[in-house]
Design a protein around this ligand. Structure first.
Ligand code: NAD
Length: 343
C-alpha cells in the first residue's frame, strides 16, 4: 500500500467548495493516499479571520509542500492583494504549467494537445503599481513596473525545456513582445535562445513568436504549436485563449511548481455568477488533481482519472451545462465515480 501523502486542501471561494467536493469523491474512488489538512484562504479567510491568507494556511503548506486549491476571490481595482500571487511568491512557485487537450472530439478545434509554460513570479504581473496625482485628481496617472531577471528567465526556460524533453514535445515556441518591450521581454527571448544553444540544441525544435501574432495563429491554426513558453502576463492571457480551444475554462487545469512546494488548481476563478447553484463543471480541478497525482509519481491513478473523465463525457455523454449538457455537478461526479470504480 502507498504510504499516506500529507497535502493541504483549500476549498476556496464561490464554486470552490462544490468542485473540491466533487474532486475529493473522485480521489476517494481512486484510493489516492492524500492525507488532507483543510485550510482557508481568499474571501473565506477574510470572513473568518480578516486575512485572505491566514498564517495557519501558510504553515500547513510549509509542512506538506503540496496543495490542492479551489479558486480564490480577488477584488478588482481596490481591496486586498491576490492570495494566489502571494502564494506563488511565498513558495517561489516559479513555473505555471497549463496543459490543454481536447477531450470531447468533433468541436471547432479538434485534437488539440498543447502545453503552456508560464513564468509565474516576474514580469508586469507582479503588481508593482502606483497612481500619480496631478492637481486635484489623485488617479491622474496609473503606473506599473515590470521586472524580468536573467535568472528568472533562465529558470523558466530550463523548466520548460526539461519538460519538453521528458514528455517528448517536438517543438517549443518562445512567446514575447521584444519588438516593443525590448528590455523586459527581450531579456526573456535572449535568455531562452542562448539556453537552447548551450544545452538543448537538437533535442527539439525551438522557435519564437510575438505574442499578438501568436494569439492570431492560435485561433487560425493551433496545431502548428506544441509547447509555448512565455512570461507571466502573456501566459495568463494565452492560457485562457487555449482553454477556449478545448471547451472553455471548465476544462483547464494548472500546476504551480516551485523548488520547495507545488500547488494544483483550476485555471478558472470562483465563478460567482453560478456559485451555490450546484452546476459548476468540476473537470478542471479534477485534471489539476491528475497533475498532482503525476507529481507524486502515482501516474497509474492519474491515467485512471483522465480515462474516467473521457469515458464519462464521451461514452456516457454526461456533461455539465458549460459543455452543452444537462448534468449538474453531483450527477457528473456520480457518473465519473462509477467509471473509476468500474475501470
Ligand atoms: P471566472 O473564471 O470565475 O468565470 C468566468 C466565466 O466562466 C463565468 O461565466 C463562470 O460562470 C464560468 N466558469 C468558470 N469556471 C467554471 C466552471 N468550473 N464551470 C462552469 N462555468 C465556469 O472569472 P471571473 O468571473 O473573472 O473571476 C471571479 C473571481 O475569481 C475573481 O475574484 C477573480 O479574481 C478570481 N480568480 C481566481 C483564480 C484562482 O484562484 N486561480 C483565477 C481566476 C480568477
Amino acid at each position: 500500500m502507498t504510504p499516506p501523502i500529507p497535502a493541504t486542501l483549500i476549498p476556496g471561494d464561490g464554486i470552490g467548495p462544490e468542485i473540491v467536493d466533487a474532486t475529493l469523491a473522485a480521489l476517494d474512488a481512486l484510493e489516492a493516499p492524500f492525507e488532507w489538512d483543510r485550510k482557508i484562504a481568499g474571501l473565506g479567510g477574510v470572513t473568518a479571520s480578516g486575512d485572505p491568507l491566514p498564517a495557519e494556511t501558510l504553515d500547513s503548506i510549509r509542512r506538506t509542500r503540496l496543495a490542492l486549491k479551489g479558486p480564490l476571490e480577488t477584488p478588482s481595482g481596490g481591496g486586498y492583494r491576490s492570495s494566489n500571487v502571494r502564494l506563488r511568491e511565498e513558495f517561489q512557485l516559479y513555473a505555471n504549467l497549463r496543459p490543454a487537450r481536447t477531450i470531447i472530439p468533433g468541436g471547432r478545434f479538434d485534437k488539440i494537445d498543447l502545453m503552456i509554460v508560464r513564468e509565474n513570479l516576474e514580469g508586469l504581473y507582479i503588481g508593482h503599481e502606483h497612481y500619480v496625482r496631478i492637481d486635484d485628481d489623485p488617479h491622474a496617472v496609473g503606473m506599473a513596473t515590470g521586472i524580468n531577471t536573467r535568472q528568472g528567465c533562465r529558470r523558466i526556460c530550463e523548466y520548460a525545456f526539461d519538460t519538453a524533453v521528458a514528455t517528448g514535445r517536438k517543438k517549443v515556441t518562445l512567446v514575447h513582445k521584444a519588438n516593443i518591450m525590448k528590455v523586459l521581454t527581450g531579456l526573456f527571448l535572449e535568455t531562452g535562445l542562448q539556453l537552447y544553444e548551450e544545452k538543448y540544441k537538437g533535442q527539439f525544435e525551438l522557435d519564437s513568436i510575438i505574442v499578438d501574432a501568436c494569439a492570431m495563429k492560435l485561433v487560425l491554426n493551433p496545431w502548428q504549436f506544441d509547447m509555448l513558453v512565455t512570461t507571466n502576463l502573456f501566459g495568463d492571457i494565452l492560457s485562457d485563449l487555449v482553454a477556449g480551444l478545448v471547451g472553455g475554462l471548465g476544462m483547464a487545469p494548472g500546476a504551480n511548481i516551485g523548488t520547495d512546494a507545488a500547488i494544483f488548481e483550476a485555471v478558472h476563478g470562483s465563478a460567482p455568477d453560478i456559485a451555490g447553484k450546484g452546476i459548476a463543471n468540476p473537470i478542471a480541478l479534477m485534471l489539476a488533481a491528475a497533475l498532482m497525482l503525476d507529481h507524486v509519481k502515482l501516474q497509474d491513478k492519474a491515467t485512471r482519472l483522465r480515462t474516467a473523465i473521457d469515458q464519462t463525457l464521451n461514452l456516457d455523454k454526461v456533461r455539465t451545462g458549460d459543455l452543452g449538457g444537462t448534468a449538474n455537478t453531483m450527477a457528473f461526479t456520480k457518473a465519473l465515480v462509477s467509471r473509476i470504480r468500474g475501470a
